[in-house]
Write a protein that binds this ligand. Sequence first.
Ligand code: ZN
Length: 229
Amino acid sequence: MPILRYLGHSACEIVEGDVRILIDPFLTGNPAATESAEDFHPTAIILTHAHNDHFGDTLEISRRTGAPVVAMHEISDWLIERGVNSHGMSTGGGHTFEWGWVKLTAAWHSSTYITTDGRLLPMGTPAGVLLRLGDRVLYHAGDTGLFGDMSLIGRIGIDLAMLPIGDNYTMGPDDALEAVRLLQPRLVAPIHYNTFPVIAQDGEAWARRVTETLGLPAVAPRPGGEIRY
Ligand code: ZN
């Protein structure tokens, strides 16, 4: 049974046996993070998109550990140009790695990256992530607005869905509730909230609302907290 550790904002570490997967490892400069980048030795890093609050410490962690970065083609090409081990994919494509299966889904958002010298680089389109480790499927929605095709994404049978609820840049609590209705996951948890004042939300109240209105289990771990799924 995989264990997901919520690292604050949208960063998660998923551990299943010897496999350790990092998604959107924004740790340095993340006011919600309880750990630092050098604590991690992942098998692979998966990125939903290139915004700096998701790309985070990807370069440092991958260069130090050699962990491959699974990301949209444009991000992957940029990483490979810089000597970083990376596997490019695109929307709707799945791939089986030695350690598990990944499919990138659609997400309604954008995907730019600000370099250390302040340049804004376009990095293709953003994605959500389906990750199967063992027989369990995680859906990490990345940053996105609500869209009806979430009902198609849910047909795979999602064991745990991590959904943004922060509003302003992504779905807010009401739309995220509708997303749960479309996805019908076995368990759901909120992400991308409370890191900055503009995305302040009550995650525990939202989780209660999911259970009360949809009858589905929901949890809101604090940064550093774990979910077994
Ligand atoms: Zn974003």
